[in-house]
Design a protein around this ligand. Structure first.
Ligand code: DGY
Length: 327
């Protein structure tokens, strides 16, 4: 492409790191101002005339948005999950969809582990208690929590992030069970994890950490029935996608003692929380910050920008989700 005729790229939110400058070397780039999702009507308007789109998990890139795009050839989703993009519609139009796997694996596993520890040892409650000036004297019964070491961790979804969480658990001397649609020899070899039927995992685990992509098959995979199969002492961690867990059922289970606690980074209708969730002491809640370290969010931006440039310059992007477009 000549210097006069440059690509056009729209970025739906400012991202940290080198992503924007990588894009600006090759394209005219417009970044949506502010730190809120771009309004739908603005997105519909912007998408009309662009070659590349860098979007976030808060942007619904559905059939309608894709149909409005006249010359779009790449959608780079700034996330590993891509349930916000209609992949089928993009594929039909020959539009490449890319994501940002791997660079965020360890960071997200760190967050899952932080939530697990925080719930087990009641760190948020303890912090509030101390700040409030309620710590008067050491007590044998003060804020007693649950041991993590030596317990059983159930990993639901043994992909990259699930496996990284399992590695952390091995360091705590935990026994690890995992469930996935197929056996994963790697996780078994690296962590000694044992493959388990889903229901058995629910019944045997002390901690259950969910690492599933959102799809028709995984939506509400954990609801009242599954929560009732868990131990009353169990702690549920979800850093994947909110709708995998039926949040209203979880709120009930936490309130009536069906399970002991939960650590959540994702929500069914985020940023909204299910009624009653915010007032539960046995839940630790984070605002979808799984991949949120400075280094990882920069790397995600670099990767997303590089995918756009690759596609626009005729190369196959590293993290192409819909390889079918290659024919
Ligand atoms: C993802 O990548 O899917 C996370 O939810 C955000 O980083």
């Amino acid at each position: 492409m000549t210097a006069e005729k440059r690509w056009k790229v729209y970025v739906t939110r400012m991202v940290p790191g080198p992503g924007i400058s990588i894009l600006k070397e090759k394209a005219d780039v417009e970044v949506s101002p502010g730190d809120l999702p771009v309004p739908r009507e603005v997105l519909m308007e912007k998408v009309r005339d662009i070659d590349g789109l860098l979007c976030l998990l808060t942007d619904k890139i559905d059939k309608e948005v894709i149909a409005a795009a006249k010359k779009l050839s790449v959608i780079a989703n700034y996330a590993v999950g891509h349930d916000n993009v209609d992949i089928e519609a993009a594929t039909k139009r020959g539009i490449a969809v890319t994501n940002t796997p791997e660079v965020l694996t360890e960071t997200t596993a760190d967050l899952a582990w932080s939530l697990l520890m925080a719930v087990a040892r009641r760190i948020v409650e303890a912090d509030r208690f101390t700040r409030d000036g309620r710590y008067r004297a050491w007590s044998p019964t003060l804020l007693l929590g649950k041991d993590v070491h030596g317990k059983i961790l159930g990993i639901v979804g043994a992909g990259r992030i699930g496996s990284a969480v399992a590695k952390r658990a091995a360091g705590f001397g935990m026994r690890i069970l995992y469930y996935d649609t197929e056996r994963k020899p790697e996780i078994e070899k690296e962590t000694g994890a044992r493959y388990s039927a889903f229901e058995d995992l629910l019944g045997e685990s002390d901690f259950i950490s969910v690492h599933l992509p959102l799809s028709g098959a995984t939506r509400h995979m954990i609801g009242e029935r599954e929560l009732k199969m868990m131990k009353r002492s169990a702690i549920l961690i979800n850093t994947s996608r909110g709708p995998v867990v039926k949040e209203s059922d979880l709120v009930r289970a936490l309130a009536d003692g069906t399970i002991a606690g939960a650590g959540l980074d994702v929500y069914e209708a985020e940023p909204a929380l299910a009624k009653g969730l915010a007032s539960l002491e046995n839940a630790v809640l984070a605002p979808h910050i799984g991949s949120g370290s400075e280094a990882t969010r920069s790397e995600m931006a670099r990767l997303a920008a590089a995918s756009i440039v690759d596609r626009l310059e005729g190369r196959v992007p590293e993290n192409l989700v819909n390889r079918e477009i290659l024919g």
